[in-house]
Ligand binder design. Sequence first.
Ligand SMILES: [Zn+2]
Ligand SMILES: [Zn+2]
Length: 342
Amino acid sequence: MKAIRLTRIGEPLEMADVPTPTPGPLDALVAVQAAGVCHSDVHYRAGASPAGLLPLTLGHEVAGTVAAVGDEVTGWAPGDRVCLHYLLTCGHCRYCDAGREQFCVQGAMIGKHRDGGYAEYIALPARSLFHLPEEIPFEHGAVLMCSSATSFHALRQARLSAGESVAVFGVGGLGISAVQLARAYGAGQVFAVDLQPNKLSLAERLGAVPVDASAGDPVAELKRLTGGRGVDVALELIGLPQTMEQAFKSLAIRGRAAIAGISNRSFEVAPYADLINREAEIIGVSDHLAQEIPLLLEWTRGGQLDLGAAVTETIPLEAGAVNQALDRLANFGETVRTVILP
Ligand SMILES: [Zn+2]
Ligand SMILES: [Zn+2]
């Protein structure tokens, strides 16, 4: 089968002809129908975030149809429409038991620690399959499993409650979902901070108040828009120290900043003025939980979460097209989400 693989850190991905995987007794073989190109993949390719042993097939946002199942798998049959929970977990360690399975001691992620979905087929434990309703296209099912799920987890980590104000920093793959999910949650005002005019107008169409960070300090603008108070919840979905600092500084008293963008660079916190004096919180967001996926699928089927705006481009399973999509993400280009349709 065809697979697009990372063979050397810092180099473009390469097309390879590899054996179609054979599912183990508890596994399913899934024919990939859609695989999202994620900003995390930019980090794996660049070596900014360590991936597993190379060569490795990237791709962790995957939807498809069941092609075959192992002898001990029940409840799934060839032809079933599925989307894949990318975290493979043991189900019985202290973190799995506590419902924090993203920290599972044996946790592995498809497209990072083992071969992912930039391929014609993928084999994985059948317990990672979720039924994808007919009403949800494969490309939406794919991006749902990373960007939407992580946005949803970020809002839960931030303990958003109805009526609270939210600022979403970065209207990319995660931000498009975050704006809609915040509204589905019953948030009060939702603000969307970005530099790109097309992303700001998209956020506005989805019901957010756009805040153009190219026009001036977004912290001052958010304070102005909230009558000097600041926002209850800020989500940082970009991964830049500057926007993390802005997200934190834009908080109201007892506000929570949930950081999901990936960076290892430091950002500044003024302990008295910004943290202590406001009892503000900075909260890390790592992946998401399997238990969060059914409600996301339900909201997508019901239309509260419309991913039509999130998937802006589809490309074939070709190394050149995938590398170009990764390059655009690396440069924070205008494309919100590119999905590979093998
Ligand atoms: Zn992703
Ligand atoms: Zn575990």
